[in-house]
Design a protein around this ligand. Structure first.
Ligand SMILES: Nc1ncnc2c1ncn2[C@@H]1O[C@H](COP(=O)(O)OP(=O)(O)OP(=O)(O)O)[C@@H](O)[C@H]1O
Length: 475
């Protein structure tokens, strides 16, 4: 691609007569005009066919208007145009979602393609270093299709040969600023092709109220909030263990309470048992009656409760051995969810070494062997460093809420998560804007997804205790 051009040889010439200028004249072969014209006409025709093929309706409208003008005169054409506009406006008023999907977002995508991305493509690529300017020629990544959703623009890009995804993830800020967005995310579509996501607005900027409790008992995945793409955020709790990491005030409580809230009907039906380990004596004590006797606060109580969970797990494992490899919740063998608020109080900050070791080993046993027999752990943690939580990798699912340092993002979500756009250290510390907002990795994709948990208020917890408290007493 970057073959040396004949002109470059001039600099390698050695002249034996220094006073004589070396003049290099490359041979010029003139292309016949007819060939250039044929090529241009062919390109125009190909472009026309491609446009008609891709946008048949958008092309049909100006053709019909033009035909009406020619055949019946301009008044007919103008009234046809007015009718089309009126129909579109009525459609937009009557059925906004279908109008947006079929017309609105397509028009917006076309406009953003022309006005934002194509217009700024060359300067952004060159300045950010993603394009190359070599010997007078620009080599730029190819801008593909632009698709608009309710909250973001998705832009497909063909990378330059030899570029890596990392070249792009290293320049997220350049891309976001260059195209006037607040952030940018990069995902690989297929070899050599990327999708850039530029949010246009933030659908998670408003706190979400607590979600209604569905009467139907379910062990999950349980709905606990909203994803950035507008879909419900469902968290798997049965058959896994979940670690929620977030700085103080990040909203860990909203995830814990949203999970508990959605499991209450199943708990009432006897399919789930909620066990609470609350060393901070703050978060879970608020709905203490929901846990009945399975509530522990002092370090001694906590270790006893965790040991009891290990005991339940081991008894089940002994019964299931050779008979079944996965757990289905039943009244005899309900799903046991051990909720631990601020797990570091029990592991890193516990001064009694013996207790600390017992707690760590109980947690490690539960997280390595519990999920197949229906014992899960949902733990919250402020500081995800290894010194504080050396078993964090035993939790298959992790949620990164607002974190203090950028390095902590990869500690929670795995290597490269921050490069791919999980900017958990950029989440606002203002509770209304950022509490409960975080990033998760869904099973189907390595790309981090931005989410917000619904906020379960103190009044909601009281109402939950009133409605489902008897379950706790009975447990
Ligand atoms: N999902 C949410 N949406 C909106 N606001 C929230 C949400 N979750 C929490 N908040 C607000 O943020 C404040 C702090 O939340 P919370 O106590 O759950 O944080 P935390 O991460 O548990 O902090 P800590 O570790 O200090 O206990 C709450 O008092 C509430 O006002």
């Amino acid at each position: 691609m970057f073959k040396r051009l004949p002109g470059d040889e001039a600099r390698n010439l050695v002249s034996t007569t220094p006073d004589t200028a070396v003049v290099f004249r490359p041979a010029v072969v003139s292309t016949p005009a007819i060939l250039t014209i044929v090529l241009l006409v062919f390109r125009m025709l190909a472009g026309l066919v491609r446009t008609i093929w891709r946008h048949p309706i958008a092309c049909a409208i100006p053709v019909a208007l033009g035909a009406a003008w020619c055949v019946y005169g301009w008044p007919a054409s103008a009234s046809l145009l007015g009718t089309v506009v009126l129909l579109l406006i009525s459609w937009a008023f009557l059925d906004r979602p279908s109008f947006s999907r079929l017309v609105g977002y397509r028009l917006l995508a076309w406009w953003r393609f022309v006005w934002v991305y194509r217009r700024h493509w060359q300067p952004v690529m060159t300045v950010s270093g993603l394009g190359r300017h070599i010997r007078g020629r620009d080599y730029l990544p190819v801008l593909g299709k632009v698709t608009c959703t309710s909250w973001a623009d998705q832009v497909t890009v063909r990378m330059l040969k030899g570029q890596a995804v990392k070249d792009w993830t290293d320049r997220l800020d350049h891309l976001a600023q260059g195209f006037g967005a607040t952030s940018c995310r990069v995902s690989l579509v297929k070899a050599g092709q990327l999708m850039l996501t530029f949010p246009r607005n933030d659908p998670l900027s408003q706190p979400l109220p607590a979600l209604p409790v569905h009467e139907e008992p379910t062990v999950g995945p349980v709905e606990i909030g909203k994803r950035e793409d507008g879909q419900p955020w469902r968290l798997k709790v049965h058959g896994t263990h979940v670690l929620v990491a977030g700085a103080t005030g990040a909203g860990k409580g909203s995830i814990i309470w949203s999970v508990i809230r959605s499991l209450l009907p199943a708990a009432q039906a006897g399919l789930v048992e909620l066990w609470a380990v609350d060393p901070k004596l703050m978060e879970l004590s608020y709905g203490r009656d929901l846990f009945g006797s399975r509530y522990a606060a002092t370090p001694e109580e906590c270790v006893d409760l965790l040991d009891e969970a290990v005991c339940v797990m081991q008894k089940r494992a002994a019964r299931f051995a050779g008979l079944q490899r996965s757990h289905t919740p039943t009244i005899e063998d309900p799903f046991v969810l051990v909720v631990v608020d601020e797990v570091a109080f029990l592991t890193a900050y516990q001064s009694d070494r013996q207790l600390r070791q017992r707690i760590s080993s109980a947690l490690a046993t539960l997280t390595t062997q519990g999920r197949a027999v229906g014992v899960g752990v949902l733990a919250a943690l402020q500081d995800p460093r290894k010194e504080v939580m050396n078993i964090r990798n035993l939790f298959p699912d992790k949620i990164a809420l607002r974190l203090d340092e950028s390095e902590q993002v990869d500690m929670v979500l795995g290597d490269g998560a921050r490069d791919r756009g999980a900017l958990a250290d950029h989440i606002s510390p203002v509770p209304e804007l950022g509490a409960g907002v975080g990033y998760v990795r869904l099973e189907a994709s390595p790309e981090p997804v931005r989410v917000r948990a619904a906020y379960v208020t103190d009044a909601d917890i009281h109402a939950m205790v009133d409605a489902y408290g008897p379950y706790g007493q009975a447990a």
